[in-house]
Design a protein around this ligand. Structure first.
Ligand code: GL4
Length: 828
């Protein structure tokens, strides 16, 4: 086959059965072709980054082939499709994941090595796609991988931010934020679809008009912005299916406003038009507090409106009757961020398709499913009505109408219980009137999902109690999961090979339940030895990284104890640091003989603080200040080190997680909806030190509490403890370490005052003081376990063996069956 372009040089690709071949020779030819014609470098002189680009384009070609076949197949079969709407996707790097899922990693490595390049070095050239904040966003990415792998006819929709999550720079121990202009060097993984674009309208006014004999609402917008599609192919593992993540970018609309050009200020007219692009410019850097900002609302509506236009167009290409819509379309709301799509779909059906209220509502209430990811009240979105009125006047009307109907129905059921009616209303009355987006989502979705069993219990009994009592059948939960493709196969190749060797198959990469068979060998000393060798290799990688990043040399014999996640008071990094201070204090006061018994530790903390979150930033500074004291104290040496890993992101996680011995998930019980970091550590054979919060209870069920270090108050004990807080005495050790911070032992006395204040008796909202003693006990238990190498390696193997339940493959299958009603549609 020789494809000859009329305009460019003939392109000679070797094809197998009409497809690009994947042997090293063919890959090499493709890479060189892309060096010359895509990257435009000489094939006799190109550097690592250019080689990465050429490799990426060669992989992309293969993704595109599969993408086409998959879309063609879906079109032919016309199954019910799942549309996953999310404002955040934390994809990380694409190359490493794509070559694994395409099954061409070794071939690529060989092709490159003959050219004098190392695959691993090139893979490192890629920057992270960080279009999301933390757990919620990484969960979307894991779920996309599972949707593709399990052959579901799914699409993801989101926003193509030009600035991803900020980069964290640490200067003098303080966090600074640097913009992440991630598209600077091009993005080979996306396909710009200039012809797939839709107008998105904002502002303006609504009038009532008669259209073809019917009374109709007509929205005359004040601004129109164009949404242009960028497609990101998501390959499945062990299947040809490659699904699409379509991200929208805002561009000025083509509409020509002759008025503004005629005023003579040509330059300003263009500058104003260009402002449209602002909408998709930047990701909001905090997923746990919502500020009611206009730009945020515009981002939400922008991506939702474009996605729905796309979805409705695809539906109408094949179907004439909207009655079929719920049989062909499932719309998944990833948290409340895309929930304005409810009002938008109503608007489209009412005002554009003229279906009337009853029919439209009947369709809308069958297609949406809503997953909530939080228990924190400050994360529940509320949009001021005034803002809504201004930006989306027609949608506000529709929401009022939905609420009116809901209130009427509710009154019939519960009578005149006004306090309950007002709690459940979509409109919050008060000095500032707000739209409660979560209430809107619950009222209009057929299913409300929590992300762990504990989260579900809290939804039922606290967060959405009123709604649960009204519609118990709507409430479900799907415990989160993560993809073993990225979190074992990509990030821990040595462990991957070892697991396959002992199980005698690689099938566990698709069929995760097979991992459980590792249990049978957990006490086998050969496996234990090989297992710990793999751990050592990964610890070496991590130790090198730590030394490069922080200049601290760490001992591989020490236990690597890790807490990496966003910094938040409820996640209690402060508890961890106070625990480290306590350990330091103890060592300092020990005699020589006692010191010999100390289990050496490297305590590793990493994570970004939301830019406006003062206390979180102080926690980062405290970590650095304490590290400075400990790491420079010769008296302590290798017995204790504390390091902060800057700019924690997906690719740093891929390095840190496999190299950890112990990991901490120590949120105050009742605050972490699920937590997914713990699942990645578990898969990599790291023991967990954790509170019984979020998904941890389910992890305990899988692995047994004897193989973990569990401590602290339980979820249902927390409210009473809070009430009692001022009367409980925090243990002496706690008082002592807090005093060290307060008295300036680590410097910055005034700066840390609000931190030490925040955990004092009576103010210790997150209960660090009351959990401290049991935290120290759990830490001591971890020390004791670490000394017994045989026992530790057995526990480590059991962790991996117990992690099957926490694969996103299981989560997605549950969603498909219990919530979305979609079936696999495998591309032949
Ligand atoms: C989060 C939760 O805080 C976290 O517990 C959960 O694992 C994750 C995915 O469901 O969603 N909610 C928000 S908001 N950010 C998160 O990471």
């Amino acid at each position: 086959f020789a494809g000859k372009s009329k305009t460019g040089p003939g392109r000679m690709f070797e094809l197998m059965d009409g497809f690009l071949k994947n042997d090293p020779g063919s890959l090499q030819k493709d890479i060189l072709h892309h060096v010359e014609y895509t990257v435009a470098r000489s094939r006799f002189s190109f550097d690592d980054f250019e080689a990465y680009q050429a490799l990426a384009h060669s992989v992309r070609d293969r993704l595109i082939e599969r993408w086409h076949d998959t879309q063609q197949h879906f079109k032919k079969k016309d199954p019910k499709r799942l549309y996953f709407l999310s404002l955040e996707f934390l994809m990380g790097r694409s190359l490493s994941n794509s070559v694994i899922n395409l099954g061409i990693r070794d071939q690529c490595a060989e092709a490159l090595s003959q050219l004098g390049f190392e695959y691993e070095v090139l893979a490192e050239q890629e920057g992270d796609a960080a279009l999301g904040n933390g757990g919620l966003a990484r969960l979307s990415a894991c779920q996309m991988d599972s949707l593709a792998t399990l052959d579901y006819p799914a699409w993801g929709y989101g926003l193509r931010y030009q600035y991803g999550l900020f980069r964290q720079i640490i200067l003098d121990g303080f966090q600074y934020e640097q913009p992440d202009y991630w598209l600077n060097f091009g993005n080979p993984w996306e396909i710009e679809r200039v012809h797939v674009s839709y107008p998105v309208k904002f502002y303006g006014s609504v009038t009532e008009e008669v259209v073809t004999g019917k009374k109709c609402k007509v929205w005359t917008p004040g601004e129109t912005v164009e949404a242009v599609a960028y497609d990101n192919p998501i390959p499945g593992y062990g299947t040809r299916n490659t699904i699409n993540l379509r991200l929208w970018a805002a561009k000025p609309s083509d509409g020509y406003d002759i008025e503004s050009y005629n005023t003579g200020d040509y330059i300003n007219a263009i500058v104003n038009r260009q402002k449209a692009e602002i909408i998709s410019n930047v990701l909001y850097p905090d997923d746990r507090s919502y500020q009611g900002k206009e730009l945020r609302l515009k981002q939400q509506y922008f991506f939702v409106s474009a996605s729905l236009q796309d979805i409705v167009r695809r539906f109408k290409d094949v179907h004439g009757n909207f009655g079929d819509f719920p049989d062909k379309v499932a719309l998944q709301l990833n948290d409340t961020h895309p929930s304005i799509s409810i009002a938008e779909l109503m608007r489209v059906l009412l005002d554009e398709e003229h279906l009337g209220w009853k029919k439209s509502w009947n369709i809308v209430k069958q297609v949406f499913s809503f997953t909530t990811h939080t228990v924190l009240p400050q994360a529940l979105e509320k949009v001021p009505v005034d803002l809504f009125q201004n930006v989306l006047p027609r949608h506000l009307e529709i929401i009022y109408d939905i609420n009116f109907a809901f209130m009427e129905e509710l009154k019939k059921k519960i009578g005149q219980d006004y306090s309950r009616l007002s709690r459940m209303s979509i409109v919050e009355e008060g000095a500032v009137k707000n739209i409660r987006v979560a209430n809107l989502s619950i009222v209009c979705s057929h299913t409300v999902n929590g992300v762990s069993r504990a989260h579900y219990e809290l939804l039922k009994t606290r967060v959405f109690k009123d709604f649960y009592e009204l519609w118990p059948e709507k409430f479900q939960y799907k415990t989160n999961g993560v993809t073993q493709r990225r979190w074992i196969v990509v990030s821990n190749p040595s462990l991957c090979a070892l697991i396959s060797k002992w199980l005698g198959t690689e099938s566990w990469i698709r069929d995760i339940d097979l991992l459980a068979h590792l249990r049978e060998y957990a006490s086998n000393s050969d496996l234990q030895q090989e297992w710990m060798t793999v751990k050592k290799i990964n610890k070496m990688r991590l130790a090198e990284y730590i030394e490069t990043m922080s200049g601290v040399k760490v001992s591989l014999d020490a236990m690597f104890d890790v807490q990496v996640k966003r910094i938040h008071e409820y996640k209690r990094q402060l508890l961890n640091i106070l625990g480290v201070i306590h350990r330091y204090d103890c060592i300092k006061n020990m005699g020589k003989d006692e010191r010999k018994k100390v289990v050496p530790r490297v305590c590793i903390i990493g994570g970004k603080a939301p830019p406006g979150y003062e206390i979180a930033k102080k926690i980062i500074k405290l970590c650095h200040a304490v590290a400075e004291t400990i790491n420079n104290d010769d008296d302590v040496g290798d017995l204790l080190k504390l390091v902060f890993i800057p700019d924690y992101n997906v690719s740093v996680a891929e390095l840190v997680i496999p190299g950890s011995d112990l990991s901490q998930h120590i949120s105050t019980a009742g605050h972490e909806a699920s937590g997914t970091g713990s699942m990645k550590f578990l898969m990599n054979g790291c023991l967990l030190l954790a509170t019984a919060d979020g998904s941890t209870n389910e992890i305990i069920e899988e692995i047994g509490s004897e193989n973990m270090f569990i401590f602290g108050a339980k979820i249902n004990e927390v409210p009473a403890l809070r009430e009692k807080d001022s009367t409980i005495k925090a243990p002496l050790q706690f008082v002592r370490v807090v005093r060290m911070v307060r008295d300036g032992y680590f410097g910055f006395k005034d700066y840390f005052k609000s931190l030490s204040d925040s955990v004092e008796n009576g103010k210790d909202f997150y209960l660090l003081g009351s959990d401290f003693a049991s935290y120290l006990e759990a830490q001591a238990a971890a020390d004791r376990a670490y000394v017994d190498k045989t026992k530790w390696s057995e526990m480590s193997i059991l962790c991996t063996a117990a992690s099957a339940k926490f694969s996103s493959d299981r989560t997605i299958e549950d969603y498909a069956e219990e919530t979305w009603g979609v079936q696999p549609c495998k591309c032949p």
